[in-house]
Each structure stands twice: as C-alpha cells, then as structure tokens.
Write a protein that binds this ligand. Structure first.
Ligand code: DGJ
Length: 688
C-alpha cells in the first residue's frame, strides 16, 4: 500500500519505491508539508512542528510549508487558489475536513469556513514508477457563482536553497533547448500565454542539487496540460524553494456555477537521489506503460518537405511507391490536398478534396498505398480557418474575435472558437466523415498559429485545449485504430497532457540531423522516445542549409520513431540502397529504441562525441555521433549503463565481435574512435 496514515496525528505519507512524500494537518487545520525525499518507512517518526513567527512582519502563514496555499489572510507568497465569492469577498479560509481513500488515491478534503466551497487535494501513488500524481478538484456547493481567478494544481516544497532549475527555451525550428539556471532569491516564472504553443518553454520543472546523470538529488514534476500553463519557482526568505504549476492565471477567469465542480490538470512528480537518469527512466516507464498508446510506431514517410503545397495524386502515388521501396510502413500526405490550398492563404476550413490535384478523389492514392500494404495518413489543421475560405464566408462568427477590432491573422489564418458547440461539432463531423469515407489510419493534426482575441470569456484559453482533447477522445471511440499525431508548427504541443490524447508527436520542424541531436537530448529528459518523431530530410537542410551525410541523418533520426521526409523521387541508387538498409536495421532494433531504457552517456573525450544507449531485456544499442572531429582527433571511452554485472555480453563493432562482462563494460568501458566529420555508428550489444 503506497499510502500510510497516522490517524492520531493526522499525518499522511505517500510511499513509492524509493521515495516518501509526507504532509499533515496542524492544530489550526492547515495542511503542511513535512518531507519529500528518500524513503522513510516509519510514519511515526514524523510530527508536526510548532510554528513560531520570525517577527510580526513575518507572519506564520509565510513560514508555514502549506501544501496548497490559498489567497487570503497574512499570506503574501504565491498562492495556488484565488477566488471571488458573490459578495465580492476574496479571502479563502480553508479547514481540513477529513480524507478519503479510493484505491491508490488519497483525497484530502478542505472546506471553506464560511462559504459552501470545497477544495479536494488528490494524490495518487505510482509505487513501482516511484512517482506521485497531484491534482485538485473544487466544488461550488452554494447557490451563487464563484469566480476562480487562479488555480494551480499543486505546490511542492524543497528544503534547499541554491538549487539548479532546468527547463527548455526556444522558438519555431529551435524548440527544446535545455537551459540550467541557479535559483536565487526571487522568482523564476516559466509560462505559455499563446494557447497553443510549447515552443518557448515546457510545462515541467526539474530542480537539482548539483546533480549529474547518476548522482545527486533531483526533484521534478510535469504538468498534464497543453494550453496556457505557468510554473513558478521561488526561493523564499525562509530557507526553502517552492514550486507550483498549473493553468496560467494570465487573462484567466473562470465562473464556477452553483453545484459545479472543476478538476485541474495533474502534475506527475518524483524525486531521485541519484541523478537525472532515474528521473528519465521513471517518467519514460510511466508514460510508456500508463499514458501512451501501446505498440511500436511505424516507419513513416511524409511528403511535406518534398512537395510542400504542390501535391498531386500522380506524384503522391510515385512518392508512395518509392516510400514502399525503401521500407516505409505509413505514407502521410501533408498539407495541400484540400480546398483551394495552394499556399498558406486559403483552404483551411474547406475540407473537401481538391479535384484539380486529385481528379478522382483520394481513393486512387489510398488504394495504391493499401495495395502496397502500407498505412495511409493525412494532414489536417482543424482548429483554423483562412479568411478566404468558404467556411469563413459562411461563418465569420466562428473565429475568436472582438466585434470592435480587426481580427488578427497569423500565417494567414484565424483560430476557430472550438469552445462553441457548433464549431466543435463541425470539427468532429468533418474528421468523422473523413475517417468514415476513406480508409485512413493516421491523422496528422497541425496547429500553426498562437491564439489571440479570445472572446469575452476569459477561461477560453483553457477550454480551447479541453475541446481539442474531447474531439480526439470522441474520434478515437468511433475510430479506435486510427493513430493521431500532434503537431503544432513542429514541437508546439509536447507535454504530458497531449501524450495521453494523441499517439505520435512531431518534435520539431527543424530536421537538421545535427541540431536534432541537441533537441532530442533535451527532449529525452522528460519525454519518452516513443513520443519523439524524427525524420530524415534532404540536404542542404531547408533551415540550417547544412549538408550532412545520409548515414548520419538516418542515425540521428533512428534515435526516435523514424520517419523520412526527403524527396525520395530524387534519390539515386546509392541513396535508395542505404535507405533500405538503414530502415531494415531500424525495424530490427526499434523495439529496443522505442520501448527500452534510454541513457545519456558521458563523453570522456575532448572530441565532440554524443553518445546514447538503449537497453531492453538483454539487448543494448549504443548510438555514437561525432559531428565534427577536433584537433587531436581523439577517441572516447564509453562506460555503458544498466547491464548485469556478472553477465557476458557480445559486442558487434567494426565487423568484429568482442565478449566482455557487464562489469567490464560499465567500469572499464569500450574505447571507440570515429573519424572525420559527421561520423556515426550504432553498436549492438547482446547478453549471452
Ligand atoms: C507545420 C508542420 O510542422 C509541418 O510538418 C507541416 O505539416 C506544415 N505545418 C504544413 O503546413
């Protein structure tokens, strides 16, 4: 049982494999955090410290490690919840009113001392993954409307100062750039205000105490939300660091009607006392087993970079034939197949097949793809509409807008107000119709602009993404075999919310194989490899203008779920042969890549090696990259991870076979030397 309770002291301990998270109720009825860290078996060891003011200027509320601080009284720190009652009172005064346990979920019940308003704090323990999940539900039991101005999903207390905070920054084509900064006095805020994008920051926190991959304490949490989020990290004046995450309160106001309940997105959180690697494994395993769709992901071909908007049935058939020849299992027609879609300015909203491009509809292409025993996928951008489209002419009132203002376009398009019943129905019906009419296995759902002018209702920022989740959930009920890819101008929608709704995730429009090493490295800290789509594309790369040998491009893309986005009609014989060989190899090893344990391996050389390892049931892979060989041209010594000490392993390297023990490989390591620029290798290691 992952939940221990000391009933006489009202102390609760969430026990996962190696971690304890402990809190309790004090004599004032305040819920106070007592501990988060390495496992402490005995709950009896914990008691509730008596609080004393530092001075009258430092009220006890400021010092109290509250589990869920609300706005009101002498509290000036970040609160998680702020409401306005119908009489305009803005102060919450909660009192503990008991707990419930449902299976592995602990529910702490708090109630306002005057108003009929309940706050329930939910905690789930995922013992084997060493993770806990937190979320909050609030219920208005009164007969009046209550306005919610801010609601975060939880607050964590870390008993240290001077921690390192890491997250990613970036923009389109440059997502997932990891940064680390020292936490000092004051606050760090990461957020998203665009409604649609996580290009800039990502809804998770990692706080470490000078950790490495394998040593040091790490506290982390990932929010299950694809819309506007905020995360606040604050080193307080009282010797600790607070973190909270949840729906962004920027331009947010939600009305809770009488008897209405609201449930926040959850945070999956954990602690490691031995570095980032364990954090990654716990999150990856949890996501693979509990969030993501089961099964291996197919090798995909996507026509976007090859044709952009200039799609035609004949050319797509030719591409499909070539895609089959090199070994692709899924053929995806990207943007441009519908309406008057010849560029970014028109077509969105008019989801009929363009008869100039596909004179006999999509069927001839789909038949060809299916006859070749491939899956068929198609691109859509359902939340958007172009001003020139028929849909917009018929329903100008369907977009987010303010009556007195000119509506913003971005990429030549408006955002549909999917929170309107009729718009939601339109999108559902359009996709249902597409999936019912055609034999489609895969939908690539794109979203290419941020939201703006989001109407008079301020909760739309949140409701928009909820509506998208609903539509996809509904479609999956009727079309359970269809895979959905989440894409938003590249990696604009990557988070733990979307992982549970969609099945495939476009990491970035940046397909430069060298840039991708950095993007994929950062991505891997939190997100499972199965959720990292990576394509091989043409050179010079459209974005970086860089020219990289094809083998390196494949190896870089083989680190995730492999796709090809080249104009394969232009491939010469050597390129076809190499593609065939590497795609075949990928299919043989993808179970290790997509479902194994992933390791970021230290490079001990002064030369620029990037090294990654995957392990699954006695099979291991080492991906080694040397983008540019530096003067000295040294090799590197690779100490493998996660092997069995006393087992023997066979290593296939440069056409030779070596046999070494796990002990040797993990401690002495393998000497590897690659030569030249853009050198790469995949080394296979098997337990004997
Ligand atoms: C942005 C996506 O990230 C690309 O892969 C492609 O689908 C384009 N949109 C199409 O407009």
């Amino acid at each position: 049982m992952g939940i221990l309770i000391n009933k006489s002291e009202n102390i609760f301990s969430l026990q996962s494999k190696n971690t304890s998270y402990v809190f309790g109720v004090d004599s004032e009825g305040l819920l106070r955090n007592l501990y988060w860290g390495s496992k402490i078996q005995d709950i009896e060891d914990f008691d509730m410290p008596i609080l004393t003011e530092v001075s009258t200027n430092d009220p006890v509320y400021e010092i109290t490690r509250e589990e869920y601080p609300v706005y009101g009284s002498l509290r000036y720190k970040e609160h998680c919840l702020k409401v306005t009652f119908s009489d305009k009172s803005r102060e919450l005064v909660y009192k503990y009113s008991g707990y419930d346990i449902n299976d592995d979920e602990l529910i702490i019940k708090l109630k306002d001392s005057y108003y009929d308003f309940n706050i329930n704090l939910h905690y789930k323990v995922y013992e084997q993954y060493d993770l806990i999940e937190r979320y909050v539900s609030i219920k208005n039991n009164s007969n009046d409307i209550i306005e919610i101005e801010k609601i975060h999903s939880g607050q964590f207390h870390i008993p240290y100062e001077g921690l390192n905070f890491s997250n990613v920054h970036g923009h389109w084509g440059a997502e997932q750039q990891r940064f680390i900064q020292k936490v000092n006095y004051g606050k760090i805020v990461i957020e998203n205000r665009r409604g649609i994008s996580t290009h800039n920051h990502n809804p998770y926190f990692i706080l470490d105490k000078d950790a490495t991959e394998t040593t040091g304490e790490v506290f982390f949490g990932a929010l299950k939300l694809s819309g506007n989020f905020s995360g606040i990290i604050e080193q307080t004046q009282y010797g600790e660091t607070l973190v909270q995450m949840g729906i962004n309160s920027h331009d947010f106001l939600m009305e809770l009607k009488p008897k209405e309940e609201f449930v926040t997105p959850a945070i999956i959180a954990g602690y490691s006392n031995s570095g980032f690697e364990i954090m990654t494994h716990n999150l990856h395993n949890f996501a693979k087993d509990n969030i993501l769709r089961k099964g291996l992901r197919p090798v995909l071909y996507n026509s976007w970079e090859a044709t952009e908007f200039k799609v035609s049935c004949d050319e797509q058939i030719k591409l499909a034939e070539k895609a089959k020849e090199i070994g692709a299992e899924l053929f995806v027609v990207d943007d441009g197949w519908f309406g008057e879609r010849h560029g970014i300015d028109n077509g969105l909203g008019d989801w009929y097949v363009n008869r100039d491009k596909f004179p006999d509809g999509l069927d001839p292409l789909i038949k060809k793809v299916k006859d070749m025993d491939m899956m068929f996928g198609i691109w859509v951008e359902p939340e958007m509409v172009n001003p020139l489209s028929q849909l917009y002419k018929e329903h100008p009132e369907w977009i987010y807008h303010f009556e007195t203002r000119e509506s913003d376009t971005s990429r030549g398009q408006y955002v549909l107000n999917v929170t309107k019943k009729e718009v939601k129905e339109f999108i559902y019906n359009m996709l249902d119709n597409l999936l019912s009419t055609y034999d489609i296995d895969y939908i690539k759902w794109d979203a290419n602009r941020p939201m703006s002018q989001t109407d008079i209702e301020k909760d739309i920022w949140y409701k928009h993404i909820e509506a998208i989740y609903d539509i996809v959930r509904e479609l999956k009920i009727k079309h359970p075999n269809v895979l959905f890819e989440a894409c938003a101008s590249g990696g604009g929608r990557i988070d733990y919310g979307i992982l549970g709704i969609f099945d495939d995730f476009w990491t970035s429009d940046n397909t430069d194989a060298y840039d991708r090493l950095f993007i994929q490295d950062s991505y891997s800290y939190i997100y499972p490899i199965k959720a990292m789509r990576a394509w091989v594309t043409d050179c010079p790369n459209f974005l970086s203008k860089r020219v990289i040998p094809m083998k390196f491009r494949y190896h870089s893309a083989m680190m995730g779920t492999l796709g090809v986005g080249c104009n394969i009609l232009k491939f010469n014989e050597d390129e076809i042969k190499l593609s065939q060989e590497l795609i075949k190899e990928y299919k043989e090893i993808r179970h290790i890549i997509q479902e194994g344990d992933f390791y970021r391996i230290e490079n001990t050389s002064k030369n620029n090696y990037s090294i990654y390892q995957y392990n699954k049931d006695g099979e291991s892979l080492l991906f080694v990259f040397l983008p540019q060989s530096l003067i000295g041209h040294r090799g590197t010594n690779i100490k493998l991870r996660g092997l069995e000490n006393n087992s023997k392993y066979i290593i296939r390297i440069n056409g030779e076979e070596l046999i070494k023990s796990g002990d040797y490989l993990m401690n002495r390591g393998l000497e590897i030397k690659l030569s030249g620029d853009y050198a790469s290798d995949i080394i296979k290691i098997n337990k004997i």
